[in-house]
Ligand binder design. Structure first.
Ligand code: ATP
Length: 328
């Protein structure tokens, strides 16, 4: 359907994730290909309110596909949570003759986009950019694959030193509400136990498992702990607990922190971001609004933002089972 969209804005919002740049590049180049004007908004919704806009062309996004983070910067903006803040943002969009907006971010960023649409009937399209992989309507978010590969690489290194000293390591990974990073990286790195927010394995089971490992002659053990794991104990408390109940172990803790967000995106994330960017622009041109682009069974799909932000995606039960079998 032909419509009146001739200029599209793109922004990144919330926590940054590797592959956001590839998505920005894709939106900008898709606009160029489809003979649309494109403008970048810096610093997410804060930049929208402040009028921090920059015209883009296909060459503006040279040499960024391989870079982590986001060239547009990201921000959290309290003002955009208010009707007055969104009115200021909308005024800036109108002032710059923007007809539609692509938001690359997570649940909160999409909630903001939806409100902008509801209040001003402004066309919006979401692209899921977050390392957490927690958004309904897509099997993968941009940045997740890079993050789990980063975590696996680090665990491999920690395992080298752990096994040289017969040590037990508790490794904390990101995931306050969801255990996707912990579960996937844990299985991929061969962790002995994986503690996630969705499931309470219980401290007794952890001790039993560690005792079994010791008995069976394992020289080292790696336990992956998501930030929000259900035991309610953080990695340092877990260390104390195990030292108290299993003094045979020499326990160390490693908190991976923000390194999980950084680094060059994997090929998977670059391709995913490129595909999603094209689909976002196409969908806006088809007259669609309030959708998020996702991927399922290798095919791009559109999910209403209102659905996508309803809940976090559940962890894969089959992967939990695999993890249980692998940690036997
Ligand atoms: P991450 O996955 O990193 O948490 P996110 O997009 O969920 O990404 P948030 O900090 O929740 O990150 O949201 C980013 C920004 O979106 C907020 O700073 C705010 O400007 C806007 N936003 C979030 N929730 C709302 C809301 N309910 N109404 C309006 N704007 C919102």
């Amino acid at each position: 359907m032909a419509n009146s969209i001739s200029k599209i804005a793109v922004l990144t919002s919330g926590g940054d994730s590797p592959g956001m740049n590839a998505a920005i590049r894709s939106v900008v180049r898709s606009c160029a290909y489809m003979k649309l004007k494109c403008v970048a908004i810096y610093r997410g919704y804060q930049g929208m309110i402040d009028g921090d806009f920059k015209e883009m062309n296909a060459r503006s996004v040279n040499n960024i596909i391989n870079k982590g983070g986001t060239i547009l910067k990201s921000a959290r903006c309290m003002e955009f949570r208010t009707p007055e803040g969104r009115k200021k943002g909308h005024d800036q969009l109108k002032k710059h003759n923007v007809d539609a907006l692509v938001v690359i971010g997570g649940n909160g960023s999409f909630a903001g986009a939806l409100k902008l649409n509801e209040e001003f009937n402004f066309p919006v399209m979401g692209i899921p950019g977050t390392i957490d992989n927690d958004i309904l309507g897509t099997s993968y978010t941009i940045g997740f694959d890079t993050a789990i590969n980063t975590v696996v690489e680090v665990i491999d290194k920690i395992r080298d030193t752990a096994s040289s000293h017969n040590r037990l390591f508790f490794i904390e990974v990101m995931g306050r509400d969801v255990g996707h990073i912990a579960l996937n990286a844990g299985v991929g790195a061969g962790a002995e136990e994986i503690l996630i927010p969705e499931q309470n394995l219980g401290l007794d089971r952890l001790l039993d498992s560690l005792k079994r490992s010791k008995k069976s002659g394992k020289s080292s053990s790696i336990v992956i702990v998501a930030e929000g794991d259900k035991t309610g104990k953080n990695v340092f408390e877990l260390k104390e607990y195990v030292e108290e109940h299993l003094p045979i172990y020499d326990v160390r803790v490693s908190v991976l922190g923000h390194m999980q967000r950084g680094g060059n995106p994997t090929c998977f994330d670059r391709v995913l971001a490129s595909r999603m960017g094209v689909r976002a622009v196409e969908a806006l041109l088809e007259g669609k609004t309030n959708y998020m682009v996702g991927i399922r069974d290798h095919k791009l799909i559109l999910t209403p933002i209102s659905e996508a932000i309803k809940a976090h995606t559940a962890v894969d039960e089959e992967l939990i089972r695999v993890s249980d079998i692998m940690t036997t």
